[in-house]
Design a binder for this molecule. Structure first.
Ligand code: GDP
Ligand code: MG
Length: 312
């Protein structure tokens, strides 16, 4: 795993994609990250927002968070969706508001704009499906949306998520407004993998259980590799997991490793047993400890990584 220290000028953070259902959020995520990400269920996530896709460039790492579509709440479900999108807004660095460029703005759009204007986050607007707007009608369509967004001052981008037109410029613009920060994920990681998050959580649990007060809960765990190892001879196959425990200070690293590696061994054993239950098969777990000094300054990102703070 390469968690780069905060290289000068490198930027990273979370971007919420907000917009009505069907506006093209998932298509945009796929387009930005590449076809490796299979965005599956459009089912609303009613609890916390989940990371969906990770876009790594030379300059930045953007973690794209797909949110449920926002509607003006008419009933309880709508309210839940809005709540969930609101909480997503509270946990990201920037918002991408997707609007359907090929349709005139509607009341629902004004509702979303107002909601976002109450936040202090940077917002950029994507007029998506721009390919569906005949060239002759583009100035008019553009003007209608500029009216809607006039007081916001948000930058507007015209895109076609389907073909990728306008997307490189969009990535640049989004990256530029990100806070400076290190890569939060290995660059080859492109998507949210719930099983991995659970594995990380199990390791973190053991760290907290076994080290108690000595290592604060700003400890983070990253699952670097999960591999199926074929069976050799009589023994069956097993799942090999390589993981890194990130801490802030050298002294914490010492505690985690323990005398002669005893602590790390105990953490690994405890986590391995839990993982075997999780995946219902034998696990080989290799744990590393790494010091990443500025890790604690990103508590909201830790939460996003699935390492919720106590009581959450
Ligand atoms: P979501 O509900 O916001 O995630 O929307 P989806 O990504 O599922 O897209 C909804 C539909 O719009 C799909 O049929 C996409 O193929 C289509 N779509 C998305 N972006 C574009 C675009 O830029 N141009 C065109 N023509 N269609 C698009
Ligand atoms: Mg979708």
């Amino acid at each position: 795993m390469q968690v780069t220290p905060s290289a000068a000028g490198h930027r990273s953070g979370f971007v919420a994609l907000i917009g009505r259902p069907n506006v093209g959020k998932s298509t945009l995520v796929n387009q930005l990250v590449g076809d490796k990400v299979a965005i599956t269920s459009p089912v609303a996530q009613t609890t916390r927002n989940r990371l969906r896709a990770i876009l790594t460039t030379d300059e930045a790492q953007l973690i794209l968070v797909d949110t449920p579509g926002i509607h003006k709440p008419h009933h309880l479900l709508g309210e839940r969706l809005v709540q969930s999108a609101r909480s997503a807004i509270g946990e990201v660095d920037q918002v991408l508001l997707l609007l359907e460029g090929c349709e005139p703005p509607g009341r629902g759009d004004a509702f979303i704009v107002n909601l976002l204007r109450q936040q202090r986050l940077p917002v950029q607007v994507v007029l998506n499906k721009w390919d569906q707007v005949p060239t002759a009608q583009r100035p008019e369509a553009d003007a209608a949306y500029r009216d809607l967004l006039a007081e916001s001052g948000w930058p507007i981008h015209h895109c076609c998520a389907l073909t990728g037109e306008g997307c490189p410029e969009l990535v640049q613009a989004v990256s530029a407004l990100m806070p400076e920060g290190p890569q939060l994920y290995p660059p080859e990681m492109v998507s949210d993998q719930p099983e991995r998050l659970l594995m990380a959580e199990l390791i973190r649990e053991q760290v907290l259980l076994l080290t108690r007060e000595e290592v604060p809960h700003s400890v983070a765990v990253s699952i670097d590799r999960v591999e199926e190892m074929p069976s050799k001879g009589k023994g069956g196959g097993r799942t090999a997991v390589l993981a890194t425990v990130l801490v802030e200070r050298k002294s914490q690293k010492g505690i985690l490793i323990g005398k002669g590696g005893a602590m790390l061994k105990a953490i690994g054993q405890g986590a391995r047993l839990q993982m075997q239950t999780l995946i219902d098969g034998p696990v080989y777990l290799e744990l590393f400890v790494k010091v990443v000094p500025d890790w604690r300054s990103k508590p909201q990102r830790l939460a996003e990584l699935g390492y919720a703070e106590e009581g959450r």
